[in-house]
Ligand binder design. Structure first.
Ligand code: SF4
Length: 258
């Protein structure tokens, strides 16, 4: 009988990560996030919080990792899922354990809202690739696009990313979702990406069905032009791999984040 996974999903074909096996340390019916982004594929945030907690025990997650099929071919093991992965207080511990069990590189897709906390930076630093969201260059834009939980500020996110860059030897990518609200701020966002010292910038727009209209290819070409001094990947220009998920139901529930 086919093994069913509860906390692991995919692999999904990711334009940024190739064949990406997802790990969801939140794994609740409710979406748990410190943001409630206008364009979120997962719908409205049910639990809007900055409180970290244990949602899936490390033991339960690692049992699933040990049961992955030996023939599985993936490019990344990616922490993402139904919400913000840094809200899982066992994130660092689980990454360390997975790195002892598997040889694939580990990535985290984070909204960077908790990166001003030292313990979160230390945990993120266990990953080989951190993809940090930065859609806003002001508090006003942050509130308009990302609708953060109380206490999150644009300044704290920027300071946190700059501190993280100083301590982190892995690859740091800044991902920016461009929508009508921030398209005029591309040059300022490029300046911030350079100030942070990002290794690459991922220019995205909401192409999957959701609450926001994507920018078209011409608009995105204009945006990309602002980032020309940085290594840029653009959602319109990346090929996707053909991959078959090991757990189709669990994959579908979370596919919005791929
Ligand atoms: S896009 Fe990501 S950060 Fe934004 S609400 Fe959805 S899960 Fe949270």
């Amino acid at each position: 009988m086919e093994k069913s996974f509860r906390y692991i999903y995919g692999p999904v074909p990711s334009w940024r990560l190739g064949a990406s096996l997802g790990i969801d340390l939140l794994s609740r019916e409710e979406k748990i996030c410190s943001f409630d982004c206008l364009y979120c594929q997962l719908g409205h945030t049910d639990i809007h919080t900055t409180d970290r907690g244990i949602f899936v025990t490390s033991e339960a997650l690692l049992e699933e990792v040990a049961e992955l099929p030996p023939e599985l071919q993936i490019d990344f093991i990616t922490f993402s899922g139904r919400g913000e992965p840094t809200l899982a207080a066992n994130l660092g511990k689980v990454i360390e354990a997975i790195k002892r069990l598997r040889r694939e590189p580990v990535a985290i897709l984070t909204n960077a809202s908790l990166v001003d906390r030292e313990e979160v930076r230390t945990e993120l630093a266990h990953a080989d690739l951190v993809v940090a969201k930065l859609d806003a260059c002001s508090g006003e834009l942050l509130r308009a696009i990302n609708r953060p939980a109380a206490g999150i500020t644009c300044e704290a996110i920027l300071d946190g990313l700059i501190s993280f860059r100083r301590q982190y030897g892995g690859r740091l990518a800044i991902q920016i979702m461009f929508v009508d609200e921030n398209r005029e701020f591309a040059a300022e966002l490029a300046r911030l990406a350079r100030q942070i010292g990002a290794d690459e910038v991922q220019v995205n727009t909401p192409l999957r069905p959701g609450g926001k209209r994507p920018l078209d290819r011409i608009d995105i070409a204009g945006v990309v032009n602002c980032f020309r001094e940085l290594p840029v990947r653009c959602v319109y220009e990346q090929p996707r791999k053909d991959v078959m998920p090991i757990s189709p139901g669990e994959t579908l529930r979370r596919r919005g984040k791929g």
